[in-house]
Design a protein around this ligand. Structure first.
Ligand code: GLY
Length: 420
């Protein structure tokens, strides 16, 4: 099987690496990829995905990021006759429009935050009237694609107003939501219309600094599974959230095919939806795929071809996986690029390296940073503590001037400070 992966981050590196280890996968192609992936995949420059799929004679195309999905790249590829892992533009609205997601959830009877949209052009009085329905914790979301960075959670009315103005200035409406308390869970599910197959539950760390301080980012580290989640937690999320939404989308004539990512808060009454995404999450994917024993290519192909119900139950390693993001100086506000990286290069997958914002150094020797989240290191262990120790040990071997990472990924879980 020849597989083309679309995307260029550490999530796509993790997907490409797992696919390259599936015995039925003969070739892995990535576009645009990055220089850190070149040892395990054929890296192609960005181009028309349909042309590239034809050129490499792809049996399956896996679309990583939400932007091409919302833009309809999966539709174009399906129309051209390819098997595609990724939803149609219409179904990708589950992430692309928070209002669409709220409407589906409401009709499916799924618990989520109360929400109100504030349209572009709303007056100061209208904004204040909407804010008065919420708080004292304000959750202000960019009701468009913001790569995980469009959410501000604040107890300050001024900060909430400021974010509304910033989102409106960018041309998007705002969604105000009630604050959901409780630890966050990311559950990724393979979905081919009606059939839902959950992967392991994970937890992301979205703020840039230790102890959840500083601004939101695309994600600074993650671990899986969650030792604090009730034993029936995954089944409850499937039964109460993902299956009803998948079935509702089928009933609405907008079936979802691909990876449905439920972002949840686990409160006193169980799971409530914070948001849905229409693709694998980053960085959770780097940890989740590290635990997968079953061949990934076959699972994604079964999803793409609507035969997920016939797929053998997925098998997982025992223990835990943990990933930490190495970010560039200035990330997330103003990342500086061009920093030389030592201790990680193309071919460092076995050392846990999954590359994101990197490019080849001009003199051809090694990698330099080219984005905010530069790379991840992932490690597994019999215990979460062991996975943590191993990931940080590997990360300490990598040097990049100005680079920073959180030192407390999974620490609250290891120390038993998360209770539900
Ligand atoms: N883990 C956050 C995201 O993928 O959006």
């Amino acid at each position: 099987m020849r597989i083309l992966v679309i995307g260029n981050g550490a999530r796509e590196h993790a997907l490409a690496y797992s696919l390259s280890r599936d015995s039925q996968v003969t070739e892995v192609h990535v576009s645009p990829g990055n220089a850190g992936m070149s040892a395990i995949a054929n890296v192609h420059p960005e181009g028309d995905p349909v042309d590239l799929a034809r050129e490499v004679d792809a049996d399956l195309i896996v679309i990583g990021p939400e932007i091409p999905l919302v833009a309809g790249v999966a539709d174009d590829l399906r129309e051209a006759g390819f098997a595609v892992f990724g939803p149609s533009a219409q179904a990708a609205q589950i992430e692309g429009s928070k209002k669409f997601a709220k409407d589906v959830m409401e009709r499916a009877g799924v618990k989520t935050a109360r929400a109100e949209q504030v349209a572009v052009g709303a007056s100061t009085e209208e904004i204040d009237a909407a804010l008065a329905h919420f708080g004292p914790m304000y959750v202000v979301k960019d009701d468009g694609l913001a790569g995980g960075k469009g959410v501000v959670v604040t107890d300050s009315l001024d900060a909430a107003r400021e974010h509304i103005e910033a989102v409106h200035a960018g041309g998007n409406p705002v969604l105000l939501e009630s604050f959901l308390d409780g630890p966050e869970v990311s559950l990724f599910c393979l979905v081919d219309g009606e059939t839902v197959v959950p992967l392991l539950p994970a937890q992301d760390h979205k703020r840039v600094g230790d102890n959840d301080e500083g601004p939101n980012t695309g994600g600074m580290g993650a671990y899986t599974p969650l030792p604090w989640l009730p034993e029936d937690g995954v089944q409850r999320i499937v039964d109460e959230v993902v299956q009803p939404v998948a079935s509702q989308m089928v009933a609405d004539g907008v079936p979802f095919n691909g990876l449905l990512y439920a972002g949840l808060a686990w409160g006193s009454e169980g799971p409530s939806v914070v948001e849905f995404n229409c693709r694998f999450g980053d960085p959770e994917t780097q940890a989740v795929l590290e635990m997968l024993e079953s061949p990934l290519g076959q699972a994604l192909y079964a999803t793409a071809t609507g035969t997920l119900s016939e797929l053998q139950a997925l098998e997982w390693k025992d223990g835990y996986a943990l990933t930490v993001v190495l970010a560039a100086e200035g990330y997330p506000e103003a990342p500086k690029t061009g920093a030389p990286i030592t201790g990680a290069e193309a071919g460092s997958e076995a050392q846990g390296v999954r590359a994101a914002g990197v490019k080849a150094a001009e003199d051809g020797a090694g990698l330099v940073s080219s984005g905010g989240r530069v790379l991840n290191v992932v490690a597994t262990g019999a215990t979460l503590e062991e996975a943590r120790d191993k990931a940080y040990e590997q990360l300490r071997k990598i040097e990049m001037p100005g680079g920073h990472y959180r030192s407390d990924i999974a620490l609250p879980a290891v120390e038993g400070r998360i209770t539900v």
